[in-house]
Design a binder for this molecule. Structure first.
Ligand SMILES: Cc1cc2nc3c(=O)[nH]c(=O)nc-3n(C[C@H](O)[C@H](O)[C@H](O)COP(=O)(O)O)c2cc1C
Length: 333
């Protein structure tokens, strides 16, 4: 079963220790013990979203996830987290096998600290030059994520990144492609281009096992691709990473938050690092409101453009099966 797909995923599967080289990208508040273990138990690779968690909370979440699956899973750490090295120590304590460093260039010593306890390091890279540099300096694998994705995004489409990165890197490196993947046909296409595997978020966010609030899930089922829009930067002095989410009142609140933070920056009350941290805290709070409280009007319903292909609640195993069936059918054509 799925021989062609498995053959193309072989290197990715070996790297992850899974049946399929399909990662469920970390989603703050959504990617906790239940979804992560369900993904790994279904033959994919679940990743805990550490987000703004304290080291104590991460410790609890890893323990709880281990109780639900014996399969490999990863932990996603945000590089700008003020306690990054304490979080790495928690991963070391648990012997976590894979750590994904997200949200920026890994700070000095972080890749080394992860490798020191034997874990593999996955990084994101917005440009080919940076990708090469990170791979040279110890990163074990790369995720390229296009602007179709949900959550924090870069400016370039997945299709373009794939053409830029895969021909250059896939012969020697493990590269996973993320952003805008809703069907297995697309997985097949990226595998044929040299990807070792893929990462999806939006397609898994509303799985049966996801703890997202029913109202959050309903918003996903109703939405079309064009409803998943990017946030706008209002002040050129305050660079904010764009976020893709369903359009609602919360989108407007973000504009107001930026003006507030820009004023603090002007008054010298905060420096640029603190200003950006405040923006990230805003997103974490807004996402929590939507995912946990179900306030899909004022919270942030982060979603990728593939949201139009998410129409009902299905168990993770069923979603994985559909994806690999579709991939196999595409490869057999
Ligand atoms: C609700 C939501 C929350 C997310 N939170 C994070 C996060 O905390 N850290 C991260 O690295 N990526 C985050 N992402 C990105 C996903 O890990 C994944 O790369 C992305 O969803 C893939 O693109 P897709 O949405 O088109 O499938 C998030 C995505 C969504 C939809």
């Amino acid at each position: 079963m799925h021989d062609k797909t498995r053959a193309l995923m072989q290197r990715g599967c070996q790297f992850l220790g899974t049946e399929y080289a399909i990662l469920c990208g970390a989603m703050s508040w959504v990617s906790e013990r239940n979804l992560v273990s369900a993904i790994s138990n279904a033959g994919g690779f679940g990743v805990i979203a550490c987000g703004a968690m304290t080291p104590e909370l991460l410790d609890t979440e890893i323990t709880a996830t281990k109780a639900l699956t014996a399969k490999p899973f990863g932990v996603n750490l945000i590089t700008m987290h003020p306690m990054l090295f304490d979080l790495i120590a928690v991963c070391a304590k648990h012997g976590v096998s894979h750590v994904v460093l997200a949200g920026g260039i890994p700070p000095k010593g972080s890749v080394e600290a992860i490798k020191a306890f034997g874990a593999k390091v996955l990084v994101f890279a917005p440009t080919l030059a940076l990708a090469k540099k990170l791979l040279r300096s110890g990163a074990d694998a790369l995720v390229i994520e296009g602007s179709e994705a949900g959550g924090h995004i870069g400016p370039v489409a997945t299709s373009v990144l794939a053409q830029e990165f895969l021909p250059e890197l896939s012969a020697d490196h493990v590269v996973f492609v993320a952003g805008g993947i809703g069907r297995g046909d697309m997985i097949a296409a990226y595998l044929e281009m040299g990807a070792s595997g893929v990462q999806l978020g939006t397609r898994f966010a509303c799985a049966t096992e996801s703890i997202a609030h029913p109202a959050f899930k309903k918003a996903f089922f109703r939405a079309n691709a064009r409803d998943a829009i990017t946030s706008v930067q209002v002040d050129p002095r305050l660079p904010v990473i764009p976020v893709r989410a369903l359009k609602n009142k919360g989108t407007e609140e973000f504009t107001a938050k930026q003006i507030e933070v820009a004023k603090l920056l002007d008054a010298g009350a905060v420096d640029m690092g603190e200003a950006q941290l405040q923006i990230e805290h805003f997103w974490a709070g807004a996402l929590r409101r939507a995912v946990i409280d179900g306030d899909v009007e004022n919270g942030s319903v982060m979603a990728g453009q593939s949201v139009g292909m998410v129409n009902s609640e299905e168990p993770v195993a069923e979603i994985v099966r559909q994806l690999v069936d579709q991939s196999e059918a595409a490869l057999a054509r």
